[in-house]
Design a protein around this ligand. Sequence first.
Ligand SMILES: [Zn+2]
Length: 250
Amino acid sequence: MKRITSMATLAAVLSVSGCATDGSFDANKAMAVGIGVAQAVTLDEDSVKHTASLAAKEMDGKNQVAGSGSAYAQRLAQITAGLQNYKGMKFDFKVYMAPEINAFAMADGTVRVYSGLMDAMPDDQVLAVIGHEIGHVYHKHSFEQMQQKILTDSAMQAAVSVGGVVGDLTQGQLGQLAYVAVNAQFSQQDELESDEFAVKMLHNMGKDPYSMKRAIATLEAKYGSGSSFLSSHPSNKDRIKRIQKAIDRL
Ligand SMILES: [Zn+2]
């Protein structure tokens, strides 16, 4: 969890979806480090989702969550109306009162939006960013990311039993998993896929799919390309182009 102390730091760590995109995810890496042939190289999805919800609880405990009656929580509830159940998935949306321009999602449908992001953009653009995060859950990027972390961390591997079920993890380990979600590093392909998901989601909701483009433009205009969300992998230009193509296909 990064704390912002200055605008310069802000620019350095800015990541709308915690989506640093250096293409570092390698599905084979987990297999390469291995947890033994006898054990699963893929984890049980429900078990990972359960672990994600525990990690989310741990993360919520460390952050100031906007109370349900607060202006931020009410605004987010309004923005996400109808998304608590979407495409067979359940989502839980909450606001963290913190200046980061960030939002993140976990495999269990936890979505957290920082008040800094809500201050930076109008409702339609916040919804676009949330659509992007939901895309990471829908396409199982969030699941794969947590799975990879568990399979490549020797201490966490020890908690995995036959069948790929994740056993008890310590609070510290749950915190580590949450940290990985907050500072998510997805591949370029995953980012583009999530952008496209957001475009379709906006369209399906009867909202303007161009909000996805505008969200990126807002961040670029306000914060330059110093953010991991906006700087290369994929470049803004590529990203905007792909978003436009997705809109054209609607
Ligand atoms: Zn992303």
